[in-house]
Design a protein around this ligand. Structure first.
Ligand code: SF4
Ligand code: SF4
Length: 438
C-alpha cells in the first residue's frame, strides 16, 4: 500500500457543510443584498442620524442619547450577535457582508475584464500595472475610468442617506435643492473622491493593511470555527495546479489554512476547485476544498461548543435585550422641562423658559397649564403648541414682580392631543416688590 492509499484510509476529522458548490452565488447574493439593505434602511426611515436634533431617527421616533436604555441595549445586542458570528463562522463579515470588499471585488472584476488579470497585481511595492497586450487600448481604459466614476457617484450617495432625508437628497440630485441641501455639494464631492480612491487604487489594500475590524474578528477564532478544509487523501489532483491559490485575493494557499490566518471564508477557492473538478475528465469526485467546522471537544456537539465559547456574549445578549425592552417600554414621546430664562436675551430673574420636545416625526399639539399660581401672578406666551414634525419649542413664562416674598411652588402641566401628559414642578423664590422693582 503506497502513501497515497494509506492517506485515503484515514477518516477526515471534519464536520462538512453541504452545498459549498453554490457558495459563490450565495456570497454574491449576500453582498448585493447588504448593499440593498444599506440603501433601504435610511430611505425607509428605519435608521438615520438627525444632525439638527443631535439624535437618532428610528422609524417615526427620535432617539436621544438620553434614551440610554434603548441605545446601550441595542448596541450590546448587536455587538454580542456579531461575537456569535465571529466565534461560529470566523471572519465571514469580510467576505459576505462588508461593502468595501464588495466594491473592491467589483473593481477587480472590471479591471480584469478591461485590462487583463495581471493588471490586478497591485501592491504597496508600487510595481507598475501590467496591462494585457491585446487589451492595452485607450477605449478600454476610458470605459474602466468612466465605470469607476459612475459607481463611485452611486455609492457616494449611500452615506449621505444616513444624514439627510430622501427628500433633501432627491432635491439635490434633481438640481432643485431645498435649503437643507445647500451644503451637500461639498459633502457629496468629498464622498465621491473617497469612494473613487478606494475603487481605483486601494481596494483590498485596505483589508490587508488598514482594517482593524478584521483583526478584532480574528481574536474570536478558535479551532472549532468555520474554516477551509482540504482533502489531503486526494492531493495527487493538485500536481501542477494552483487554481485555488490564484483565485484567493488574499494570497492564501487554501490547502494550508491555519487557525489564525487571514482567511475570510469567502469560499472562492472552494468554488474554484469545484469548477475545476466538474470540468476535468481526469479529476474524479468533488473538489478537494470545502467549508468545515473543526472537531468539538468530546461530549460536546457544535451548539454546546459554541455556547460554551460565547458564554459571556450570551449573558451580554440577554442583558442587552432586557435593557432594550425596558427602554422601549419607558420611551417618552415628549419631554417637558422648565428652567430660569434670565440668561436669554431680554429676560430677567422673573422669567422661566418652558421647553417642550415632540420626539415623533409626526404632527402633534399640546396644551400647557400652570397650577399653583393665580392667573394674575404670571403670563404665559402661549398655552397651545402645534408641531408639524419632531422638534423643540420654547414658551416663556413671566412671573409677576408683585408676587409675595418667599418660596412659591408651581407646576407646569402639559397635555398632548394623543393623551400623553406630564408635570414639571418648580420652586421659585420671589424677592418681593421692592427688590424686583429695584
Ligand atoms: S484548485 Fe483544487 S486541485 Fe487545484 S491546487 Fe487547489 S485544491 Fe488542488
Ligand atoms: S483561502 Fe479561500 S475562503 Fe479563504 S480568503 Fe482565500 S479564497 Fe477565500
Amino acid at each position: 500500500m503506497n502513501a497515497q492509499q494509506q492517506l485515503s484510509q484515514i477518516p477526515i476529522q471534519q464536520e462538512h457543510v453541504p452545498g459549498a458548490q453554490s457558495v459563490r452565488q450565495w456570497r454574491r447574493f449576500s453582498q448585493y443584498f447588504v448593499v440593498f439593505l444599506l440603501v433601504v434602511i435610511p430611505v425607509s426611515g428605519l435608521f438615520r442620524v438627525d444632525m439638527m436634533a443631535g439624535a437618532f431617527h428610528m422609524l417615526d421616533y427620535q432617539i436621544w442619547f438620553a434614551d440610554m436604555s434603548i441605545i446601550m441595549g441595542f448596541w450590546i445586542m448587536v455587538a454580542t450577535l456579531l461575537i456569535f458570528m465571529y466565534s461560529w463562522a470566523g471572519s465571514v463579515f469580510c467576505g459576505w457582508i462588508c461593502p468595501q470588499n464588495t466594491l473592491s471585488e467589483w473593481a477587480n472584476a472590471m479591471t480584469s475584464k478591461m485590462l487583463g488579470r495581471r493588471a490586478l497585481m497591485m501592491d504597496i511595492t508600487g510595481e507598475e500595472m501590467k496591462v494585457a497586450l491585446r487589451k492595452n487600448r485607450w477605449l478600454n481604459k476610458i470605459v474602466l475610468g468612466i465605470s469607476f466614476l459612475l459607481v463611485s457617484m452611486l455609492f457616494a450617495i449611500i452615506p449621505l442617506l444616513y444624514f439627510f432625508s430622501p427628500a433633501v437628497i432627491w432635491s439635490f440630485l434633481t438640481l432643485e435643492p431645498l435649503p437643507e441641501a445647500q451644503s451637500l455639494l461639498w459633502i457629496y464631492s468629498v464622498s465621491i473622491l473617497v469612494v473613487l480612491i478606494d475603487v481605483a487604487v486601494m481596494r483590498h489594500l485596505v483589508c490587508k493593511y488598514m482594517c482593524v475590524y478584521r483583526i478584532w474578528q480574528h481574536s474570536f477564532k478558535t479551532r472549532e470555527t468555520l474554516h477551509i478544509a482540504y482533502d489531503e487523501s486526494r492531493s495527487d489532483h493538485c500536481e501542477n495546479c494552483t487554481y485555488c491559490e490564484d483565485s484567493c485575493f488574499l494570497d492564501i494557499d487554501p490547502r494550508q489554512t491555519v487557525v489564525f490566518d487571514s482567511c475570510i471564508n469567502c469560499g472562492d477557492c472552494v468554488a474554484a476547485c469545484d469548477t475545476l473538478h466538474s470540468k476535468s475528465k481526469k479529476m474524479q469526485g468533488p473538489g478537494l476544498l470545502s467549508f468545515a467546522f473543526g472537531q468539538s471537544k468530546p461530549g460536546r456537539n457544535g451548539l454546546t461548543s459554541l455556547l460554551s465559547r460565547t458564554r459571556a456574549a450570551t449573558v451580554g445578549a440577554v442583558i442587552g435585550a432586557l435593557w432594550f425592552a425596558v427602554g422601549i417600554a419607558n420611551y417618552q414621546p415628549y419631554v417637558l422641562l422648565a428652567d430660569k430664562a434670565e440668561l436669554l436675551q431680554g429676560m430677567n430673574a422673573n422669567d422661566y423658559r418652558i421647553n417642550i420636545s415632540n420626539k415623533r416625526y409626526r404632527a402633534a399639539n399640546m396644551d400647557l397649564k400652570i397650577e399653583g399660581l393665580d392667573a394674575s401672578e404670571y403670563t404665559l406666551e402661549s398655552n397651545d403648541l402645534i408641531w408639524q414634525t419632531a422638534g423643540r419649542k420654547d414658551v416663556i413664562m413671566h412671573i409677576s414682580p408683585d408676587l409675595k416674598k418667599g418660596i412659591h411652588r408651581f407646576t407646569v402641566h402639559a397635555k398632548a392631543g394623543d393623551g400623553w401628559q406630564d408635570d414639571f414642578t418648580v420652586y421659585y423664590y420671589a424677592e418681593g416688590m421692592a427688590k424686583a422693582g429695584g
